[in-house]
Design a protein around this ligand. Structure first.
Ligand SMILES: Cc1cc2nc3c(=O)[nH]c(=O)nc-3n(C[C@H](O)[C@H](O)[C@H](O)COP(=O)(O)O)c2cc1C
Length: 331
């Protein structure tokens, strides 16, 4: 429980996912959980340094709170600047990516390869804490390449905790930096929830979120038996409505039924705003194709939405009609 008696937001979170957890998907998830912590896609600190792209990279809708900005980088100065921007922009937290194994990210010496450099990560975190005033959290793996013992993992979090990190989101897989691409690195190295749980047991005073392979709210409840938070990535993106019970199950809110049509209706103000600012309807609707599944007509609904929302002049009526179709079908 936090100071005012509510379970903290990080008990359940939607993981940062490039090309998935943009502001539109986050607003969609906010229709499903009022309480979940939502992470942004990773934003490279260097990109934020160039002010002309900041609005595009940082803007979010106030309904997205609580929201964490995830950044990638290895330069304490640039990361400090990013933390200050995150604070000014109104984010609730800033998270450093020490888990991404892509070649591009490695070439910039950030992401998962930083697990080999706990001192550098600590300097980055320190700089972010000092300049931003926001909670600074770190998302990382259980190990990389041959550096994947429990001792090294503990030494890593110890060093970074002393630097001021408030919480650790641990993807319960090691990453192979050579030989596997990012997608393979999310499936081939075996899931080791036990190693994250053991880390929490060794360091009960640290806040640890478990990430990797959580498929249902019930899986998350189980993870919460041993860790402080449950973070869900792919299963949230691929099955958004599966998570409709998390506010009741995880945060103790009164149970409520959330239908696909409620989600679409809830998105209308955000969609109107986006269109007014010159955005395309498809920017949002591309995330909706996963909303309806396992019922007759789902494929037809998806196809029709896809066709209509991708037209260059697609307006709010397309989304309204798609929502009405769902309502008429009792979905
Ligand atoms: C398409 C995609 C993009 C991702 N992008 C990021 C990212 O930007 N930052 C990050 O820390 N992790 C990223 N991840 C990893 C996820 O945050 C998460 O750690 C991983 O998918 C394991 O959790 P899951 O089994 O619940 O999906 C990404 C994963 C996917 C599938």
């Amino acid at each position: 429980m936090n100071a005012i008696g509510f379970p903290p937001a990080y008990r359940f979170s939607v993981a940062p996912m490039l090309d998935c957890t943009d502001r539109h998907f986050r607003v969609l998830m906010r229709q499903i959980s009022r309480r979940a912590l939502l992470y942004s896609e990773m934003v490279v600190a260097q990109a934020l340094h160039h002010s002309n792209r900041r609005e595009k990279l940082l803007d979010f809708d106030p309904v997205e709170h609580p929201i964490a900005l995830q950044v990638g980088g290895d330069d304490p100065k640039l990361l400090a600047e990013a933390a200050k921007l995150a604070k000014d922009w109104g984010y609730d937290e800033i998270n450093l990516n020490v888990g991404c194994p892509s070649q591009k990210v490695q070439a910039g010496n950030f992401g998962a390869c930083l697990m080999a450099e706990p001192d550098l990560v600590a300097h980055c975190v320190e700089a972010m804490v000092d300049s931003g005033g926001l909670p600074v959290t770190v998302k990382h793996r259980i190990g990389i390449d041959d550096l994947d013992s429990d001792d090294l993992l503990t030494a890593f979090v110890d060093r970074v905790a002393v630097a001021g990190a408030s919480r650790f989101a641990v993807h319960a897989r090691k990453a192979w930096l050579e030989g596997l691409d990012p997608k393979q690195n999310r499936t081939i190295p075996p899931l080791r929830h036990d190693r994250v749980t053991a880390l929490k047991q060794r360091r009960p005073e640290l806040l640890i979120e478990l990430n990797g392979g959580l498929e249902s709210p019930e899986d998350c409840l189980e993870a919460l038996q041993s860790c402080d938070g449950a973070m869900v990535g792919r299963a949230a993106y691929s099955h958004p409505l599966r998570w409709a019970s998390v506010d009741a199950l995880i945060y103790g809110e009164p149970p409520q039924t959330i239908l696909a049509s409620d989600v679409v209706e809830g998105l209308l103000p955000h969609a109107a705003n986006h269109l007014e600012r010159g955005g395309r309807l498809w920017d949002l609707c591309r995330h909706l194709v996963q909303l309806v599944e396992g019922v007759r007509g789902a494929r037809h609904w998806r196809r029709e939405l896809g066709e209509k929302a991708q037209r260059p002049n697609a307006d709010l009526d397309v989304l309204r009609a798609a929502g009405q179709q769902l309502k008429d079908a009792g979905l």
